[in-house]
Design a protein around this ligand. Structure first.
Ligand SMILES: Nc1ncnc2c1ncn2[C@@H]1O[C@H](COP(=O)(O)OP(=O)(O)OP(=O)(O)O)[C@@H](O)[C@H]1O
Ligand SMILES: [Mg+2]
Length: 267
């Protein structure tokens, strides 16, 4: 059965593959902005990795940030999670200022990043890894329910629940990392290149599941080098080049944008 409860903070689905819902009079009703990033700058010593970017992450949407190697994607995510120091700029989340908040408080506030490089704890079981995801939560009661939700999304994790995470394939470890983040009941899920190193068929599978999680109402910010796949599932996209946003638009608009096609889609 697939009628699992969506993660906390979930709202109504955001309208399938449409960039946003269309209002009664044919006008576009945009969902409210859940996270607003303005003028974000990050430097590593003399290296200016992010040079003043603005992003609106709207409630219930998948927003993607795409770009080449070294463009500043991971740095942007780390800054939102509070894991690197911002040189300048401001991050508002649901009206609260996260700009200088400590990473653990950002997580507790509902902004949860999926561990990079599938950093699962290989000597623990799959189930133990998932339970650790719920560790920061105060309400322990609904854990079993959330575990069911994750097992519904990723049946393979249920089959392998008692096995060691270290024995999972790369794709399964990525699923476990996503599942673990969901156990923290995020309101905004951050992902850094979940497709990295995975076979195309597994990537499709993971992206399909991200769509499903999003349809259940969760807001997602997806950083990707796999520009085509990311733009296909995202309602909204930003293109970053050497620390600056050079293009933005709906996922569909960007997919057919000549500049995007030439630079990222090999056509
Ligand atoms: N810890 C660091 N110290 C110094 N420079 C760094 C550090 N991390 C990243 N950089 C530099 O900052 C810039 C942006 O890097 P970042 O990792 O954010 O890019 P990215 O878009 O995530 O790239 P990729 O697609 O390869 O993951 C690059 O020039 C990179 O070399
Ligand atoms: Mg990166």
């Amino acid at each position: 059965m697939s009628a699992a409860r969506p993660p906390e903070g979930a709202k109504a689905p955001s309208g399938g593959s449409e960039p946003h819902a269309v209002g009664e009079r044919g006008g576009h009703m945009r969902a409210p902005v859940l996270m607003q990033v303005s003028g974000l700058k990050v430097a590593y010593g003399k290296i200016k990795a992010v040079k003043g970017i603005d992003l609106d992450l709207r409630e219930g949407e998948i927003t993607t940030l795409v770009g080449a190697n070294g463009a500043g994607k991971s740095t942007t995510l780390l800054a939102l999670s509070g894991l690197v120091k911002k040189t300048d700029g401001r991050v508002l989340f649901d009206g609260r200022d996260l700009t200088r908040m400590a990473p653990h408080r950002i997580v507790a506030g509902g902004v949860v990043q999926v561990a990079e490089g599938r950093a699962t704890l290989t000597t623990l079981t799959v189930r133990e890894n998932l339970e650790l995801g719920a560790y920061t939560r105060r309400d322990k009661g609904s854990r079993a329910h959330d575990l069911d939700y994750v097992f519904n999304l990723f049946p393979v994790l249920k089959e392998r629940a008692s096995g060691l995470a270290g024995n999972l394939s790369g794709g399964e470890q990525q699923m476990l990392a996503i599942g673990r983040a969901l156990m923290a009941r995020p309101r905004l899920l951050l992902l850094d290149e979940p497709s990295m190193g995975l076979a195309p068929i597994i990537v499709q599978d993971i992206f399909r599941t991200l769509r499903e999680i999003n349809r259940a109402g969760l807001t997602i910010f997806l950083v990707e080098q796999n520009v085509r796949q990311a733009l296909k599932i995202a309602q909204r996209g930003y293109v970053i080049e050497t620390g600056r946003i050079v293009l933005d638009g709906s996922g569909r608009e960007l997919l057919v944008n000549p500049r995007v096609q030439e630079a990222y889609l090999g056509s």
